[in-house]
Design a protein around this ligand. Structure first.
Ligand code: URP
Ligand code: ZN
Ligand code: ZN
Length: 486
């Protein structure tokens, strides 16, 4: 049965025009005027945009002694409700652990639950010959990005030599490294000092992670990538110091990409000064929210193109989980939600304010991620032959965000009370309506597909021999510090 989306204005990253879209099965079959289909989807007065891609989420992530509360079911339902049709998670092995074992775990928790499409970045949590070998298999299976945590010392953090070896391997495989850029040693020292001085509350989380620790790590990762001869993607860029490093690298001709989060664009550090412990702890994430100057810099980066995508790093914990850190801020599980609200909040604070054009909005919410992660034009495009991942975006249907109406499993929303001016009227994932305002779409759990992302051309065959030069080494990672189940 075919479908036709009628009456809307199509908006892509490069243009806007009036047309209908005909969908046959899972793909876009035609774009033009007066198209006919078996079923009509009303886009009157609305924009029709590629379904959102959130390049950074953590669903059922084992972390800090617990698991993030949204799994692939509630997380992807939240995505669909907000107009997002592809989520990119992070597959995290045990310290120094097997990538393929982690792959099996991520496959098991996603495949029967996801209602929109998904894939993941592979995390590197150590360095040894098995990891070296398994990276090739991971690429063969359709993951072309490898994530490195420069923070979370004693748990997920990797050392510089491990990162360099892994970056070289990425270059050889045609893969791209990602980094969480914060200097984990400095954070650990500041945490210790703050706790010793009696600063145990959530506000100390922000004091322990000043912009300098992020800027230093971003600069270091960029230099290591340059030495390794590979591109680099820096996740959750929150401050001017990191942004400046990215700008400078790009000016030099390096392929360095920067990803701010919608939370960092809109929420600021004053959240941590709230009188309510719960309020502040619910907003504990790394890097923490910053001040207005940093926010202005991030917006400018999106406008100028020095920052390319807007993600959420959706890693939602309930209030009860956050209370694991009562009396010790270092034990508050790090992470916030946002997957359901990303498009609405970005439209309201970005497009409605005149900071972004609607085409730029599409670029940073879908097309750029699709290109950078090698899913374009299957995803992120309105083109014949592309997956019919489409959002009918209603710029007049505002709402007030509240946890009471959200799909996410947690009991609060960091955007509670925020009035947004636009929402998703319909969300289609590969041609199927997975969300419709006023109708209770119940997409089948497990209908979401794993999306393969093929490698880019490898940098040099000669680098395949790097294995011989990379002796495995012992880094102290205490299993006790690791999240349960990792
Ligand atoms: O605080 C955060 N960002 N939690 C999720 C894990 C990560 O660092 O991305
Ligand atoms: Zn991170
Ligand atoms: Zn993350």
């Amino acid at each position: 049965m075919s479908k036709v989306i009628k009456g809307g204005t199509l908006v892509t990253h490069d243009r806007s025009w009036t047309a209908d879209i005909l969908i046959e099965g899972e793909t876009i079959a035609a774009i033009g005027e007066n198209l006919k289909g078996d079923e009509v989807i009303d886009a009157d007065g609305a924009y029709v945009i590629p379904g959102g891609i959130d390049p950074h989420v953590h669903l059922q992530m084992p972390f800090m002694g617990t698991h993030s509360a949204d799994d692939f079911e509630s997380g992807t339902l939240a995505a669909a409700a907000g107009g997002t049709t592809t989520v990119v998670d992070f597959c995290i092995p045990a310290p120094d652990g097997s990538l393929l074992e982690a792959w099996e775990a991520w496959d098991a928790k996603s495949k029967d639950k996801a209602v929109v499409d998904y894939c993941w970045h592979q995390c590197i949590t150590g360095w040894n010959e098995t990891i070296f070998d398994e990276m090739a298999e991971v690429v063969k299976r359709g993951v072309n990005t490898f994530k490195h945590f420069m923070a979370y010392k004693g748990a997920l953090m990797v050392e510089d030599d491990e990162m360099f070896a892994s970056f070289r391997r990425c270059a050889a495989l045609g893969a791209m490294p990602l980094v969480h850029a914060e200097n984990g040693d400095v954070v650990a020292a500041l945490q210790q000092q703050l706790m010793a001085d009696g600063n145990t509350g959530p506000e100390a989380h922000a004091y322990s992670r000043p912009p300098e620790v992020e800027g230093e790590a971003a600069n270091r990762a960029i230099m290591i990538a340059d030495a390794a001869g590979c591109p680099l993607y820096i996740v959750h860029v929150s401050c001017e110091q990191a942004h400046e490093a990215i700008r400078r690298a790009r000016q030099k001709g390096m392929r360095v990409f920067g990803e701010p989060l919608v939370q960092h664009l809109v929420l600021d550090e004053s959240e941590y000064q709230d009188k309510s412990w719960d309020h502040a702890a619910r907003r504990v994430m790394s890097p923490p929210f910053r001040n207005k100057q940093h926010q202005d810099g991030l917006w400018a980066g999106l406008q100028a193109g020095s920052l390319q995508v807007v993600a959420t790093d959706h890693c939602a914990f309930t209030t009860e989980q956050k209370r694991m850190g009562l009396g010790d801020f270092t034990k508050i599980p790090n992470g916030t939600g946002g997957l359901e609200d990303r498009l609405s909040v970005l439209w309201t604070y970005g497009v409605e304010t005149g900071r972004l054009t609607k085409e730029e909005f599409v670029a940073v919410t879908s097309a750029n991620s699709a290109k950078i992660l090698n899913m374009y034009p299957r995803k992120g495009a309105l083109l014949v032959g592309a997956d019919a991942d489409i959002c009918v975006w209603d710029p007049k249907a505002g709402k007030t965000i509240t946890a009471a109406n959200q799909k996410s499993a947690i009991d609060y929303n960091v955007f509670e009370g925020v009035k947004v001016s636009a929402t998703a009227r319909h969300t289609l994932s590969r041609g199927e309506v997975v969300h419709s305002v006023g109708a209770n779409a119940e997409p089948a759990r497990g209908r979401g597909k794993f999306i393969r992302r093929d490698p880019f051309p490898p940098v040099a065959e000669a680098l395949q021999t790097w294995k011989a030069l990379t002796a495995p080494r012992k880094v102290h990672r205490d299993a006790a510090n690791m999240p349960a189940g990792v």
